[in-house]
Design a protein around this ligand. Structure first.
Ligand code: MG
Length: 376
């Protein structure tokens, strides 16, 4: 389809309470939203690298600038017939998967809307029903965490994710295991540790988590392979998987037994589909992670989570878990214990409310063919 124009928005979404991880305490989430127009319709995308380059080398203001000055100008006025074509046009620009993902996601939503199909069906999902987990960051006290885990169990969540950071690690997890002997849980380290912390991970083995997520550096594969050979707990890679090539190499060297696939971190739905296929071929389980996106980005995550090979509950949350007022109507809600259903309308099935988007927008622009920058 020919792409007529691309609207870009940098938005700031206040959280209902701080999200505490090894990267620090986030009080608001920054996202880049894309509205891509073509053939008389519009598709929405979102990438959420957050406000500062702590999770990855990208950040929202940087991704917005890159999309405005370099990426979107390459796309407007062109016929783009597939996600692979879009990725090929953007390929000369190195790295920056979040910025590319915002555009890739918008293309997929537009394509699905033009075909009159829900996105989850277009990408090959078999059911709109997605299993999701509960996720708890670092809290004020261990007692508060135990209360929250008890609430998640009572609500029927099939697994719980705990954050790990220095000062909130093995003793906390031991307390959870003692209180909940049958709980399926895993631990996310957000790249806070090194291979020299082997004894910590051997102690974690004794508490039988389902996996340990991104224990070592954000750009590492080989030390993860070395760690995996020395512990029983399956390693899951998150930050390290920034492309299909990184996923293939991780699988080849035995760096992980699970893949957390986030469409933003890997460059969009197009590369995410490749990674899920690589996981299926290798017999490695995948699940879909999130960056606390608004319902726009979360709806793309839901579409991916309907695919075969996604066999562990995903990190996709009801809107009210983190936001007083999400960007869209409808908002995302639980459809049952540990279950969210992908929206049934064409595309992602939702779009931002104009007034809410206006309030949350920090800066915005429209890229049209007449504003195209010279090609590099
Ligand atoms: Mg993670």
């Amino acid at each position: 389809m020919r792409l007529d124009s691309i609207d870009l928005y940098r938005v700031r979404l206040p959280l209902v309470y701080p999200f505490r991880t090894a990267y620090g305490d986030a009080h608001a989430i920054e996202s880049v939203l894309v509205r891509m127009q073509g053939v008389g319709a519009a598709g929405w995308g979102e990438a959420t690298p957050w406000e500062s380059p702590r999770y990855s080398p990208e950040w929202a203001a940087g991704a917005y600038s890159l999309a405005r000055d370099w990426l979107a100008p390459q796309l407007v006025g062109r016929d783009i017939g597939s996600g692979a074509e879009l990725q090929a046009v953007l390929a000369p620009f190195k790295g920056n998967p979040f910025a590319k993902a915002a555009l890739d996601l918008a293309w997929w939503d537009l394509e699905a809307r033009l075909r009159g199909k829900p996105l989850w069906q277009l990408v090959g999902g078999r059911s709109d029903r997605v299993e999701v987990g509960a996720d708890f960051g670092v809290m004020e006290t261990v007692a508060a965490l135990l209360d929250s885990v008890a609430g998640a169990c009572a609500a029927g969540f099939k697994r719980v994710k705990l954050k790990f950071r220095p000062g909130w690690e093995i003793d906390v997890v031991r307390a959870v295991r003692l209180a909940f002997p049958d709980l399926v849980f895993h631990v996310d380290c957000n790249a806070a540790y090194a291979l020299s912390d082997l004894e910590l991970f051997r102690a974690l083995d004794e508490l039988a988590p389902a996996m340990v997520e991104q224990p070592l550096a954000h750009d590492d594969l080989l030390d993860h392979a070395r760690l995996q050979r020395q512990i029983r707990t399956p390693v899951c890679l998150d930050e390290s998987i920034t492309s299909p090539r990184a996923a293939r190499q991780a699988l080849e060297v035995g760096a992980c037994r699970y893949l957390n696939v986030k469409p933003g971190r890997v460059g969009g739905i197009t590369p995410a589909l490749e990674i899920l296929e690589a996981g299926r071929e290798a017999g490695v389980s995948c699940w879909i992670g999130g960056m606390l996106e608004s319902a726009i980005g979360a709806s793309h995550c839901l579409a991916l989570a309907t695919l075969p090979g996604v066999s562990y509950p995903s990190d996709i949350f009801p809107s009210r878990r983190f936001y007083d007022h999400d960007l869209t109507r409808p908002e995302i809600e639980l459809a049952g214990p540990s279950v969210i259903r992908a929206f049934d309308g064409p595309g992602i099935g939702c779009q931002p409310e104009g007034e809410v988007l206006a309030v949350r927008t920090v800066e915005s622009c429209t890229v049209r063919p007449s504003t195209v920058s010279p090609s590099c």
